[in-house]
Design a protein around this ligand. Structure first.
Ligand code: SAH
Ligand code: SF4
Length: 427
């Protein structure tokens, strides 16, 4: 009988990619995906970016053990990297972010001696090319780790120092996924703009990837504002496969708070980067991240964030209440903002952003866009697709035969809160 696995992933795209690596290792060993109840191996991939996300791995493992007592449990990801001992008490294998290659060498079908802790102080074999599942969009790691040490952030401790992967291996990996049917890649890194391998920088890397024949689209996350340049804005407009969407995390509109966060830019400098992007990519979209209630954030600082959102007009923001993190300097700062006040501020900016997003999205009505079909939509007979500007479009497929990976032109016919409806343009 085939052995089975179940995997649960919390957190960012890097975690999703790491989970996919584990799935490909398991599948190569003859395991198949199943539900929680029937699994022989259960993997939980954890996120440590906020306190609330960190707690999830503990409650998830508790839940799992209630439903399936016999399965072996692997606790992996960012929480595993910083708290291996704590997790080894409730799981069989602890797997840090550094050690997926070690897990590959360790893993086999015989689960009798399935007990180990894999955590290292450096990433093991960062160049290794792990497998991918068959999908229209493939995540590709290009740079691991982070050297920025923003004072609120745990990531430099969970993902360690920056290390770029060899461009030869990146190109090889992209060729592999494209041969397997992928049409789009999303290049991943905490700070993709600081990619550098043997003198090849991020722009050179994009130029190389842009030449891959069967590949149709290139996206990337995340750009640190301090490293986003006019040259990159130009490259984005000139390289036909690079999509016109930029995720540029602002965090706060107050220069005082930005300094306390150690973000290394002022609001004015940030606005200049947005101006570059829009100058060369006038139809492009910009999204951002905002933290409210950073220690010592006054009412006036918060007003600066509101002003910044009104001025820049992002297409969408991901906004968070500040959360104290282990190792991160800000957790030692005085004048922590109360949870009640943070909730109030979060609510204010989310309401403001809804209005701004609604305004921007309205301008899409009746316009035509190229979309990539990603999957079946929740509503039957509909497919879910994405514009180059990262907007989700649901398309009625009753009279068509659209498949995952198809690229078609659609006319936007309806604007919903988090997606559009579109009709195929027949030329
Ligand atoms: N490397 C990326 C993303 C890192 S984490 C970058 O620099 O942008 C993703 C987002 O989580 C951050 O942009 C930030 O807005 C948020 N975040 C990180 N640490 C946080 C904390 N301690 N409390 C609340 N939000 C946090
Ligand atoms: Fe965290 Fe800052 Fe690094 Fe992003 S750049 S991962 S926010 S330390």
């Amino acid at each position: 009988m085939m052995m089975k696995y179940y995997i649960k992933t919390f957190g960012c795209q890097m975690n999703e990619r790491d989970s996919e690596k584990i799935e490909s290792i398991l599948q190569e060993s003859g395991f198949e995906k199943s539900n929680l109840k029937e699994a022989d191996v259960i993997i939980v991939n954890s996120c440590a970016v906020r306190e609330k996300s960190e707690k999830k791995i503990f409650s998830e493992i508790g839940r799992i053990k209630n439903i399936n007592k016999k399965a072996k449990v692997v606790a992996m990801g960012c929480v595993a990297q910083i708290y291996p001992e704590k997790l080894s008490k409730i799981s069989d294998v602890v797997l840090g972010t550094t050690s997926i290659y070690d897990f590959k060498n360790f893993f086999n079908k015989d689960l009798r001696d399935f007990k180990a802790i894999f955590v290292s102080n450096q990433i093991i074999n960062p160049d290794y090319i792990f497998g991918h599942l068959k999908k229209p969009t493939a995540y590709i790691d290009i740079i691991y780790g982070c050297n920025n040490f923003c004072t609120y952030c745990v990531v430099p401790y969970t993902r360690l120092r920056e290390i770029s992967r060899s461009y030869k291996n990146i190109l090889q990996e992209i060729n592999n996924v494209v041969e397997n049917g992928a049409k789009e890649v999303i290049l991943l890194g905490q700070n993709v703009n600081s990619y550098n391998f043997d003198g090849v920088n991020f722009i050179r890397l994009l130029e190389m990837i842009n030449k891959i024949d069967k590949l149709k689209r290139i996206r990337f996350v995340t750009s640190h504002p301090k490293d986003f340049s006019e040259d990159l804005a130009i490259a984005m407009s000139q390289l036909d496969k690079v999509c016109e969407h930029l995720h540029l995390p602002l965090q706060s509109g107050s220069d005082r708070v930005l300094r306390l966060m150690r973000r290394k830019y002022t609001f004015k400098e940030f606005a200049k980067k947005v101006e570059y992007f829009r100058k060369y990519n006038p139809k492009g979209s910009i999204t951002s991240d905002i933290i409210v209630g950073f220690p010592m954030e006054t009412e006036d600082d918060f007003k600066q964030t509101i002003k910044a959102l009104e001025e820049i007009k992002f297409d969408e923001i991901y906004s968070f209440k500040y959360s104290n993190r282990p190792f991160a300097k800000a957790s030692l700062m005085p004048n922590q903002v109360s949870d009640e006040e943070k909730a109030k501020r979060l609510n204010i900016i989310q309401n403001l952003q809804s209005k701004i997003s609604e305004q921007i999205n309205k301008s899409y009505l009746n316009s035509e866009h190229e979309v990539l079909i990603e999957s079946k939509a929740k509503i039957s007979n509909q497919m879910q697709a994405r514009t180059r500007t990262n907007k989700i479009v649901n398309i009625d497929n009753t009279y068509f035969n659209l498949k995952e990976g198809d690229i078609v032109n659609v006319k936007i016919t309806k604007i919903n809160k988090h997606s559009f409806n579109g009709e195929i343009c027949i030329n």
